[in-house]
Design a protein around this ligand. Structure first.
Ligand code: KIV
Length: 296
């Protein structure tokens, strides 16, 4: 087979091979420009279904449609050059049967050109994970707090805080690894349990609220940038982008109202200094000039 261009993107096996070598760095990403920035520093970018809450104002991830994942997935794949792009399968697109999961996951891969998909759930998804991996679709798993099951869980609850919860979560981790997942996200899991799972399974654990014991870390980009109005305890705000955006918009509105913006530097002048300004606003009396190629 002849390749059109060399493949430079990381793939699922490259991420799996990082276990025990160095910490894996990941962020969620929903649009091309921030993907291009994060791409320089991350091993993988996740187009998470949290985009429904972060970008589209849904209260949970449950209503997110597949089309939205594909639309944002395409943007992130266009923005990123080296990181693996993983796209979340939203609620209702993979639970019914392995073959329906395959049809939807294959659509995501073909339409976006991403390198892997992610499914929420432990043992109940093991058969589907095996079915997808056997047919060429790399799968990242997601256990612990699984936001698509929020209506069953009864809220955003930390998992594994009492020992009687441990066995079921450890079993989930073991079964998704055995089924062929190349990595597993551990969300909102108490540290000692995250540590046990990380030591017990051969694939990388990617923590979000699951302590430094995990093989890698992921955060929702808007949360760590300081753009989200409320963030969970496990988020560290590495930036204050929300305050910066508000400051810029406030200055803009003040300058427009005071007629200080736009200034001469932001204003187009006539090429021909003798070209008289139109006496009236009647555009029909002033045939259009050829458009300048540079209007930026
Ligand atoms: O959708 C998402 O942002 C996620 C992360 C919490 C891992 O799945």
């Amino acid at each position: 087979m002849s390749l059109q261009k060399p493949t430079t993107r990381l793939m699922a096996p490259h991420i799996a091979a990082l276990k025990g070598v160095r910490p894996i760095v990941a962020l969620t990403s929903y649009h091309a420009h921030t993907a291009a920035i994060a791409d320089k520093y991350c091993d993988f970018l996740l187009v998470g279904d949290s985009l429904g809450m972060v970008m589209h104002g849904y209260e949970t991830t449950v209503p997110v449609p597949l089309e939205l994942m594909i639309m944002h997935g395409k943007a992130v794949v266009r923005g990123a050059r080296q990181a693996l792009v993983v796209i979340d399968m939203p609620f209702g697109t993979y639970e019914e049967s392995p073959s329906i999961a395959f049809r939807n996951a294959a659509r995501v891969m073909k339409e976006t050109d991403c390198g892997a998909i992610k499914l929420e759930g432990g043992r109940r998804t093991a058969e589907t994970i095996r079915y997808l991996v056997d047919r060429g679709i790399p799968v990242m798993s997601h256990i612990g707090l699984t936001p698509q099951s929020i209506n069953v869980l009864g809220g955003w609850k930390t998992q594994g805080r009492t020992r009687d919860e441990w066995a079921a979560i450890e079993e989930d981790a073991r079964l998704v690894a055995e089924a062929g997942a190349f990595a597993v996200v551990l969300e909102a899991i108490a540290e000692p349990l995250a540590e046990r799972i990380t030591a017990a399974i051969p694939i990388p654990t990617i923590g979000i609220g699951a302590s430094a014991a995990c093989d890698g870390q992921i955060l929702v980009m808007e949360d760590m940038l300081g753009l989200s109005p409320r963030v969970p305890k496990f988020v560290k705000e590495f930036g204050r982008i929300g305050a910066a955006i508000e400051g810029a918009i406030k200055s803009y509105s003040e300058e427009v109202r005071a007629r200080r913006f736009p200034e001469r530097a932001h204003t187009y002048t006539m090429k021909d200094a003798d070209d008289p300004a139109p006496a009236t606003a009647d555009a029909s009396k002033h045939p259009k000039k050829a458009k300048s190629p540079s209007t930026r």
